[in-house]
Write a protein that binds this ligand. Structure first.
Ligand SMILES: O=c1[nH]c(=O)c2[nH]c(=O)[nH]c2[nH]1
Length: 280
């Protein structure tokens, strides 16, 4: 005779992004939230009876709703509120556990941010009989605009379901590589300057597509840095989907660009090279 031992169940790794946008200076809270319930869930396992089971889908929905309803002043305060709610909503549970990871962002502007501590500096050098080529770069530079980004007017066919938007989150994990046309360069200062031009352009320009933003960033580099002949980008469009609260029976719960699910895949991958125009 088999007997059921310890068990628990829940939803792991909901990527909850909360934007506080009451003023033009937005705040971002970026969380990875996992919840689980343990208690008397024997019937679900032993006889297939789900009457006591608060679905993991509901646990996930509650995690997103609570990012708005309760807010996230700290991961601990939010986790306490969410766990208390889940315990209350599932009478068979003896305990609800909520685990939260919070990703830190540094401010670039009123509504632009860079993930803290992320990016890696790169270089690729070739020395041949005819000279040296130096390509400097960076990767894993994660940046996000919480407004000032639209995507509309695109080609539509019978498989298109994407809605046009005037206001979305734009985020990417940037890979950039730029070619110098000289080796007479203060490499460290040059790197810092390019990184700063990339970030400030991202933060201060309106985006009609990630394509346009990359072009603007690249143009700013080749226009202001005389020794740089071209720059290439590979930029995943890290999609943030507005969570649909309309199906929840909670009075007054709206989502006005405040709570997003950060999807990891699939992702758009936008790549381009921007070159300095040859002198006439
Ligand atoms: O900035 C974007 N560029 C695209 O080409 C694209 N395609 C898509 O579905 N969303 C977006 N966003």
């Amino acid at each position: 005779m088999a007997v059921l031992g310890e068990n628990r169940y829940g939803k792991a790794e909901s990527r909850v992004v909360r934007i506080v946008r009451d003023t033009p200076r937005h705040e971002i809270v970026d969380l990875n939230v996992s919840s689980s319930l343990r208690g008397d869930f024997d019937a679900a396992h032993v006889s297939g009876d789900q009457a006591a089971v608060l679905p993991t889908d509901t646990q996930k929905n509650t995690a997103f709703a609570y990012a708005k309803l309760h807010g996230v002043s700290s991961p601990e305060d939010y986790a306490l509120a969410l766990a208390s709610r889940l315990l209350e909503a599932a009478p068979a549970a003896a305990a609800a556990e909520v685990r939260v990871e919070q990703y830190a962002w540094d401010r670039l502007g009123q509504h632009a941010f860079a993930r803290r501590g992320g990016d890696v500096r790169t270089c690729e050098v070739t020395v041949s009989r005819s000279g040296a080529s130096v390509v400097s770069g960076l990767k894993d530079l994660v940046v996000l605009k919480s407004t000032g980004s639209e995507f509309k007017g695109f080609l539509v066919d019978e498989f298109t379901t994407l809605a046009e938007t005037d206001d979305r989150i734009l985020a990417t994990s940037l890979v950039a590589r730029w070619r110098h046309d000289t080796t007479d360069v203060d490499w460290n200062a040059s790197f810092d300057d390019v990184r700063e031009v990339l970030l400030s352009t991202f933060a201060t320009t309106y985006s009609r597509a990630l394509q346009e933003t990359l072009y603007l960033m690249g143009s700013a580099v080749v226009d202001t840095m005389p020794g740089i002949a071209e720059i290439s980008f590979s930029a995943p469009n890290k999609h943030h989907f507005l969570v649909d609260f309309s199906g929840f029976e909670v009075d007054g719960l709206t989502n006005d660009g405040e709570v997003f699910i950060a999807a990891d895949r699939p992702y758009g991958l936008i790549e381009c090279t921007v070159l300095r125009d040859a002198p006439a």
